[in-house]
Write a protein that binds this ligand. Structure first.
Ligand code: AMP
Length: 182
């Protein structure tokens, strides 16, 4: 199930580019303008639901923070559980954590140790709004397997194709991007 040209256009038109945010040289892809456009948000969520309803998924894992918005809504549509993968220090129960490199320094994401344990070898879809270098998504995918589940696909509304994040992540599991930005 792929996106039709019309659907892609509606979603693409609803994303706002903010130049030089959060620092000079970055074009920030603002998805708040999808969220406050009921038509575009609906087209996006219906497409994701149509695509993933045949995957027999057990959970959706969303990456902090914009992955929560799409992931939690999709999990409800598919009637399955949602698992947040959070930045370090936010989850209250015992966690597994994974560090990853940023341009300057390191960051860390965490998941609750028992997040997927209700279903043995759970099939998980990982989701975020955007993949750039792939550092965050790679760390999140590692957490899913360390927590005893299988990431069957990673989904991003946008993929920056001038970076090699998608290629790196594809070594772990298939990657689906709705809109490729070059
Ligand atoms: P990365 O780990 O480099 O793949 O970065 C991915 C994370 O940073 C995602 O959670 C994105 O939401 C955010 N991000 C990176 N670049 C952008 C961008 N140009 N516009 C919006 N969000 C971005």
């Amino acid at each position: 199930m792929v996106l039709s040209t019309t659907e892609r256009q509606i979603i693409e038109d609803s994303i706002r580019d903010i130049k030089d945010f959060p620092k000079p040289g970055i074009v920030f892809k603002d998805i708040t303008t999808i969220l406050n456009n009921a038509e575009a948000y609906g087209v996006l969520m219906n497409h994701l639901c149509e695509r993933y309803k045949s995957y027999n998924l057990d959970y959706i894992a969303g990456i902090d923070a914009r992955g929560f918005i799409f992931g939690a809504a999709l999990a409800q549509m598919l009637k399955i559980g949602f698992v947040p993968i959070r930045k370090k220090g936010k989850l209250p129960f015992t966690t597994i954590s994974e560090k990853y490199a940023l341009e300057y320094g390191i960051d860390e994401v965490e998941v609750h140790i028992d997040a997927f344990s209700a279903i043995p070898n759970a099939k998980v879809l990982m989701i975020d709004d955007l993949i750039a270098t792939g550092g965050t998504a790679n760390a999140a995918a590692n957490l899913i397997s360390q927590a005893g589940a299988t990431c069957v696909e990673s989904c991003f509304i946008m993929g920056l194709t001038f970076l090699d994040g998608i290629k790196k992540l594809e070594e772990k599991a298939p990657v689906y991007t709705l809109i490729e930005v070059d």
